[in-house]
Design a protein around this ligand. Structure first.
Ligand SMILES: [Zn+2]
Length: 206
């Protein structure tokens, strides 16, 4: 799949699965020195290939498409910091965003799927969306985690490709919802450290 159609199809998927709002969130792919990124303003459920912004990464020059998302600086700083990252998905999923507002971390010891897709969740202090301050805070926080919660804003995942990032966002949201719905109960069976270690060992070889 070419980067433009990948961005379009995963945006549709995220939107259909209620993982982002029509105006919120963005996806980018960096390949061969070109940054493909979702545009600003347009309803993300109806993106066309010619809408996707194509930017020369080095110079920042817009080569094709519409004006890029206002959060492009955050994407650029991540690619500059994490040379292994090829794709970034930023979304505003309801329950993950709920945990960005309250002072309680999202647990990843509730279901085995989280242990497979999410090793660690880091939290980024609030800064105005699209600002250089937020881009710098995100770059500082992404160094040892692929999944971030942006305070009072949303979630972000980095990875190999859109599918990889989509899995991380979807599993994050699943966990956030589960945790919220079981909160206050005293009969919760958490996975133990040895369970998490075991499942990560098994799935790292697949
Ligand atoms: Zn956002």
């Amino acid at each position: 799949m070419n980067p433009k159609s990948e961005i379009i199809s995963f945006f549709k998927r995220m939107y259909q699965k209620n993982l982002t709002t029509a105006s919120g969130g963005n996806i980018s792919i960096l390949v061969d020195g070109l940054l493909y990124i979702s545009p600003t303003g347009k309803d993300k459920a109806f993106l066309e290939e010619e809408d996707i912004s194509v930017i020369e990464f080095e110079s920042g020059k817009l080569l094709f498409g519409l004006k890029p998302t206002s959060e492009i600086l955050m994407h650029r700083k991540i690619y500059e910091t994490r040379k292994d990252v090829k794709t970034i998905v930023h979304a505003h999923p309801f329950y993950s965003t709920l945990f960005s507002v309250i002072d309680e971390p999202i647990r990843i010891d509730l279901v085995s799927e989280a242990a497979i897709f999410i090793k660690k969740i880091n939290y980024v202090d609030y800064a105005v969306p699209g600002s250089e301050k937020l881009a710098n805070l995100v770059a500082k926080t992404i160094t040892d985690s692929d999944v971030l919660i942006l305070r009072n804003h949303g979630a972000l995942a980095v990875g190999e490709n859109c599918m990889d990032c989509f899995h991380k966002i979807e599993v994050l949201e699943f966990n956030a919802k589960l945790q919220y719905l079981i909160s206050g109960r005293n009969d919760i069976n958490f996975l133990k450290d040895k369970d998490l270690k075991e499942i990560r060992e098994i799935f790292s070889h697949r």
